[in-house]
Structures are given as C-alpha cells and as structure tokens.
Design a protein around this ligand. Sequence first.
Ligand SMILES: [Zn+2]
Length: 177
Amino acid sequence: MKAALYLSLCTVAVMLAGCNSSPGPEKVSTTKSSLPSIATNMNPIVIKSDEEWKKQLTPEQYEILRKKGTERAFTGAYWNTKDKGAYRCAGCGEMLFVSDTKFDSGCGWPSFYAPAASNVIAEAKDDSHFMSRTEVMCSKCGGHLGHVFDDGPNPTGLRYCINSGAIQFEAESKEKK
Ligand SMILES: [Zn+2]
C-alpha cells in the first residue's frame, strides 16, 4: 500500500519534472524555495535595487528574472521562433543564446542545447516544487532564466529550458550593421 502510494508520487514527480518547469496553471508563478540557492559561478556585474529593476522591466520580465517566476508553456514570445539571431538577457542585454543551438523540444518554452558562451550562464541547485532541478541565471545580472535538464539533443545532451520573458531576440540582419 505504502509502496503503491510512493510509486504514484514518483510518477507525478517525474511527470512534473520531465518537460514541464511550470508548477501550476497560473500565468506567472513565483518559485518559493525554502532553501537558498547556491550559485556556482555567480558574480553579478550588473547590480540594481528591486525598485530599479521594477522600473526597467515589464511586470512579466520582473516576475521571471527577479522573482524566479515561470511563464505558462506555449504562451511566451519565442517558444516557436525559428529565425536566425541572438537571444539577449532581458535584464542586462548580455548575449545568452544563439539561434543555431535552439531546438524544438515540444515543451512550450524556448530550448537551447548550449549557451552562447560558457561563462554567460550561472547555475544553482533548485529543490523547489518537490523537484531537484538546476536553475540557470544570467551570470552578469543574476536574472533567473529557467532550468537546464540533461535530456537534450547532441552534441551536449543538455536542454536549457528558458522563459521567453527573460530574453530578447535580436534578428541576425540587425546584428550586421
Ligand atoms: Zn542579465
């Protein structure tokens, strides 16, 4: 009996962890973690007060980047974007991902198998929502971006599951000035 209950709980946890980093049906939900996140390579260069971020960002960007919120699947601006270009941090403008590494994960969030450079992403353990996940942040401003999972495609096997609200797309033609 206990084993059956445990199994069903595990199944639910696996289902939640699999392709879905959104814990509920609400549009933007805030992660309430009782454990402090420990960033591995975080040393933010851009440091602003909460009030400054609120002024600079849209409410949705603020909720995701500064409050670790998650947009609902298939609602963000970029989950299905296939254009060539770069994805910059919506908080500080750092180039975080390029379209060459974007792939269709079917998850409803923009997914990349690698960051634009190895030092632009900071990671932290995230044990909220009864899941053990790896949170990814912009290493320059500390903004929450999403999570990284190890079920991605070659060559890295990683899947950076990123909120559209945390990034801003810049089409390639615009880059070549
Ligand atoms: Zn940033």
